[in-house]
Design a binder for this molecule. Structure first.
Ligand code: AMP
Ligand code: ZN
Length: 132
């Protein structure tokens, strides 16, 4: 049982922002900021790593298009598009989805920090993450 599959199947109500044969976009119930929207594939995948590339690309294409429209219609100053993969990254619903989060100022309800970690050996990091 998956709550987003139930939304896609109209077993649970939601506010549809956009729908086509492959993708559904709905208002996020939490509205972290005004206009917070979720874009998901109709086919169930647990996360972006599990999804096939075509499905991920279709979702991102829709997210890109909706982000522009939402920014224009809300007057948001910026927007974050992100997907959480696994609990360690904050994923709570294990059905692939992209958050579109309009940003109004740096003191709105989303806190995203990119604090640098202590000095790293970039050559070692590069070798590790590109290993076959
Ligand atoms: P994540 O933490 O990335 O898995 O995001 C899951 C998101 O789904 C959260 O932002 C929730 O607010 C949202 N959510 C959970 N249940 C519903 C629902 N029934 N309708 C709309 N959004 C939901
Ligand atoms: Zn699902």
């Amino acid at each position: 049982m998956c709550i987003f599959c139930d939304i896609i199947d109209h077993k649970i109500p939601s506010k549809t922002v956009y729908e086509d044969e492959n993708v559904l976009a709905i208002l996020d119930i939490s509205q972290v900021t005004y206009g917070h929207t979720l874009v998901m594939p109709k086919k169930h995948f647990a996360n972006i790593i599990e999804a096939d590339e075509e499905t991920a690309a279709l979702c991102m294409k829709t997210a890109k298009r909706l982000a522009g429209k939402i920014m224009k219609n809300t007057g948001a100053a910026g927007i974050n598009i992100l997907t959480n993969c696994n609990e360690a990254a904050g994923q709570t619903v294990p059905h692939l989805h992209f958050h579109i989060i309009p940003r109004y100022d740096e003191n709105d309800s989303l806190i995203l920090r990119f604090d640098p970690s202590p000095e790293q050996d970039l050559d070692e990091v590069l070798k590790k993450i590109t290993a076959e």
